[in-house]
Design a protein around this ligand. Structure first.
Ligand code: 3HC
Length: 284
């Protein structure tokens, strides 16, 4: 199936990055947010990233203008009526996602493929809330979306071969490197990354070393771009806590159990970069 027009639900950190890469790849891209404030903030983030790319010599002014020209924003579902593919990147809440799919299914045509960028919810369960479980899959991007090459393509139990192949080819057309991941909590990357991050917190709680030394150990000793605490702050402690809980609930293995310190930091509102404080302090 040919994809020409792409809808993106949600213009937060992930949704704005996803909309940007779709528009940059030449797709007519319509991004939908719940209100003008969120929409303008998200569109502003895209423009800022592209402007910085021009200033760094990574993006030409022409490419920036073409990308922005391929994109439009809306607060209505109606604006998505001609989309061949809709990428959902709203809050990680099953009920809200379900309500959004139901609203959208009244607008789009029967052939439209839906994918979710969820990092933790069950794709088969999401697919089952729609009238198109065969035209539903997972497309999991990584933050920062315009810079990270990887995308995980997830098949629900019900995803048709045609949908899977279309979504995989679409991910490649964005200039990304797709991998096929199973519909299991954490898919491939978070299944390995989250226990590592939780382990770093447990080790820190047990007095392994200073935050900075553990981070330096993993960046300079292993060549990781960020140490575990810098990465935890970058991903968001609430996000990590949420994913860990879902993984623990499914597998019941201690490796996925969120450490007490993580829970308390989330309860205290120390969510990482976005809140100005996580393991480190930031200016917001
Ligand atoms: N436009 C275009 N290019 C840009 C740019 C922009 N606005 N800003 C930066 N770049 C380019 C830079 O020029 C540079 O290019 P080069 O390698 O050719 O020189 C490259 O992007 C890296 O940028 P910087 O040099 O400014 O920054 P860093 O070298 O510090 O890299 C980073 C930043 C890419 C975020 C790196 O620190 C990194 O990879 N961190 C790990 C991120 C990570 O693990 N993400 C996944 C999180 S898990 C997830 O998302 C899953 C979810 O479910 C939780």
């Amino acid at each position: 199936m040919e994809i020409k027009t792409v809808g993106v639900l949600g213009c937060g950190l992930m949704g704005s990055g996803i909309a940007q890469v779709c528009a940059a790849a030449g797709y007519k891209t319509i991004v939908r947010e719940v209100d003008e404030t969120f929409l303008n903030k998200g569109l502003g983030r895209i423009k800022k990233f592209l402007d910085e790319g021009v200033a760094k010599g990574k993006v030409t002014a022409g490419a920036r203008d073409t990308t922005l020209g391929n994109m439009s924003g809306s607060t209505t579902f109606d604006a998505l009526k001609d989309c061949d593919l809709v990428i959902e990147a709203i809050v990680e809440n099953l009920e809200e996602k379900q309500q959004t799919y139901t609203a959208l299914e009244k607008i789009v045509n029967d052939r439209t493929i839906f994918v979710s960028n969820t990092s933790s919810l069950c794709i088969t369960e999401l697919a089952a809330t729609t009238t198109r479980p065969d035209r539903f899959g997972g497309l999991h991007f990584f933050n920062p979306v315009p810079l990270m090459k990887l995308v995980e393509v997830i098949r629900a139990l019900t995803t048709s071969d045609e949908t899977y192949q279309t979504v995989f080819a679409f991910a490649e057309s964005l200039g990304k490197e797709p991998i096929t991941a199973p519909d299991r909590p954490g898919f491939i990357v978070n299944r390995l990354l989250v226990p590592y991050l939780l382990d770093a917190i447990r080790a820190y709680e047990n007095g392994l070393g200073a935050l900075e030394d553990i981070d330096k150990g993993m960046t300079l000793g292993c060549g990781y771009p960020m140490g575990p605490f810098t990465l935890l702050d970058f991903v968001g402690l609430d996000t990590t806590y949420y994913i860990a809980n879902i993984m623990f609930e499914e597998f019941r293995e201690p490796a996925y159990a969120p450490p007490p310190l993580l829970k308390r930091m989330v309860l205290a509102g120390r969510l990482g970069r976005k809140s100005g404080r996580g393991f480190y302090k930031y200016e917001v």
